[in-house]
Design a protein around this ligand. Structure first.
Ligand code: C5P
Length: 213
């Protein structure tokens, strides 16, 4: 008897503006898999707390916001705001909030998915068949984010964005629960000098190899 294959999960982690989201979306289309940007779940909780006017370290309020989350209704345009990203990295240090969101994220991944975030390969989907760690130098990431923000009519300066990216890297890498870290079995894709097409082809090859195994 041939053992049934478990559903395909692709775990993509990396720091802000590394290109992991673009890569994840393209892989999801290519392999016809559902896609979850887990950063949006932390952003949605932070945005709700700001709307409710509660402190960003209020774990009870954060858990309540997480329990009301509807993954199908996450508004990427609204949540992509730079300031919401910074707030998200503050709420993301709370262990009980993380446990709540990880449970939601695992339920989403159960039937196969492309997932991106900071702790997918290490905590959320440690058994994913393909793990990618996508990174790039802080200046290259700030440059990309600056162009994105400017294209949307935003006025943040390159220097402010670079400072913010560095602060976020520091907060995400140094927190005690689920810090941003490459899983031992993740493939490293450094996009500092790589265009998205090259990164996509490298990632696609890794997924195809995993499917054949
Ligand atoms: O990826 P994105 O920039 O949208 O994530 C916003 C913040 O949410 C990150 O800076 C990080 O602190 C947090 N996050 C996390 N774990 C994830 C995804 C995002 O801690 N899996």
């Amino acid at each position: 008897m041939v053992a049934e294959k478990s559903p395909l999960t692709v775990a993509i982690d990396g720091p802000a503006a590394s290109g992991k989201g673009t890569l994840a979306r393209r892989l999801a289309v290519e392999f016809d898999l559902p896609y979850l940007d887990t950063g949006l779940t932390y952003r949605a909780v932070a945005a709700q707390m700001q709307l409710d006017n509660v402190a960003l370290d209020d774990e009870v309020a954060a858990i309540k916001a997480a329990q009301r989350l509807d993954l199908a209704a996450l508004d990427r345009d609204y949540l992509s705001d730079h300031q919401i990203g910074a707030a998200a990295s503050k709420v993301a240090v709370m262990p009980k909030l993380r446990a709540e969101l990880v449970e939601l994220q695992r339920a989403f991944a159960a039937r196969g998915a492309v997932m991106d975030g900071r702790d997918i390969g290490t905590i959320v989907c440690p058994d994913a068949q393909v793990k990618l760690f996508v990174t790039a130098g802080a200046e290259a990431r700030a440059e990309r984010r600056f162009k994105e923000v400017a294209a949307k009519g935003g006025t943040s300066s390159y220097d402010d964005i670079l400072r913010d990216i560095r602060q976020r890297d520091e907060r995400d890498s140094s927190r005690s629960v689920s810090p941003l870290k490459k899983a031992a079995d993740a493939h490293l894709i450094d996009t500092t000098k790589m265009d998205i097409e090259t990164a996509f082809l490298a990632a696609k090859t890794l997924v195809l190899q995993a499917i054949e195994r």
